[in-house]
Design a protein around this ligand. Sequence first.
Ligand code: MD3
Ligand code: FE
Length: 216
Amino acid sequence: MTADLFGAQDDQPWAEHLSAGTVWHHGLAVKHEVQLMTAIADIERQAGFRHMVTPGGFRMSAAMTNCGQFGWVTDQGGYRYAESDPQTGKVWPDIPECFLTLASAAAAQSGYPGFQPDACLINRYEVGSRMSLHQDKNEQDFSAPIVSVSLGLPVQFQFGGLTRKERPARLTLEHGDVIVWGGPDRLRYHGVGALKSGEHRLLGACRINLTFRKAG
Ligand code: MD3
Ligand code: FE
């Protein structure tokens, strides 16, 4: 079958520009999947996943934890970055070396050399979990890009504009995809559709997203 010959191409990472400041690296993280999952398990032992509550009183459907100097948190008091885990009072775990290497390499390959994230938010989606359209604007410095790494089940991602009313483009993020957003795209609205049921060979019925930022 020729499909298999052509299918083999799909196993190699490839990159495409989504717009001026955004590069989608398909499958870039696949070769690091075991190392990344091992590091996530290690972080989880120190700072467990939890469902945070929005300032409006809603429980977020994605479970979250953080590593790095700053961790993104939300509660009735608002959205912010905190240097310690409100659940334990301890500082967040360090960003693992394999995370930093991947994030800075992806940023450099996308035209953002010297990216040194100080925050990594880890989102875990179960079937039905979603994230509604929003901007990431709790960071001090919008000149740094954001790097996102997707692991596990695929999901429909909404890539919006700079205003909420602009209709988002929809794309499917798959296991190992890395997207780098910066410059003119840094403040785009974005969201994640509800996770559909499925079984990923490594993660089971779940999706994990790592988001690297320069928060401080
Ligand atoms: C586009 N997480 O945690 S990161 C988040 O899959 C978040 O968990 C999503 O949005 C997830 O805030 C996707 C993708 C992302 C992050 C920042 C962006 C997309 C972006 C900034 C500008 C434009
Ligand atoms: Fe976001």
